[in-house]
Design a protein around this ligand. Structure first.
Ligand SMILES: [Zn+2]
Length: 192
């Protein structure tokens, strides 16, 4: 049986995307951190089927947990594409536990993967804000910046090369002209 955290090992706190759930003590990999709970909805009951909020946790085709109740602190857990916890879904017991899949340090935000359906419906359209995706985006931006800098440097070099060619041509032309003048002046002087 997985270990169950005896005291509250978490607190609600500010996260980058609003509120989140954070570890207040070390949580060992495999530990059940919190239960995701709320009224059980039966999709066969039309009134239940009409309930719509973003805290619905589908257990299977028929049963869904309505996690929007205030006491369900697990609803504060944000999604991550590289999470430190997972949802342990027990459709038969109609229960969901959030379990650590990594050792979690105090202060770490707890998160789990909400799954492909949620991701496609809610996160992909606005861009996932999880740390892993932010890091990926940051890396891509840095790479794009580096590439842009490279192109800029290459262009500058090319322009400089063209400029110096042009410059030397101009200089050469000037020299010829100057030489002409010089000659003319020399001639003038000679004439004077
Ligand atoms: Zn993500």
């Amino acid at each position: 049986m997985p270990a169950i955290a005896s005291r509250k090992s978490y607190r609600v706190g500010r996260s980058k995307t609003g509120l989140g759930l954070f570890a207040t003590m070390p949580i060992k990999k495999g530990t059940r951190i919190i239960r995701y709970f709320g009224p059980i909805l039966d999709s066969k009951i039309p009134a239940h089927d009409e309930i719509e909020n973003k805290y619905l946790f589908e257990l299977n085709g028929r049963w869904t947990i309505d996690g929007s109740v205030r006491k369900n602190l697990a609803r504060y857990i944000n999604h991550s594409c590289r999470p430190n916890a997972e949802s342990d879904v027990r459709p038969r017991e109609r229960k969901v536990f959030i379990r650590a899949i990594k050792n979690i340090e105090p202060g770490d935000e707890i998160n789990y993967d909400y799954g492909t359906d949620y991701f496609k419906a809610y996160l992909k359209p606005i861009g996932c804000k999880c740390e892993s995706c932010e890091k990926k985006r940051k890396k891509l931006r840095a790479e794009a910046r580096a590439e842009a800098a490279k192109v800029k440097a290459r262009t500058a070099k090319k322009l400089a090369a063209q400029g110096s060619n042009k410059g030397s041509k101009t200089k050469a032309a000037n020299k010829r002209k100057l030489n002409g003048h010089a000659v003319a002046r020399a001639n003038g002087r000679a004439r004077a």
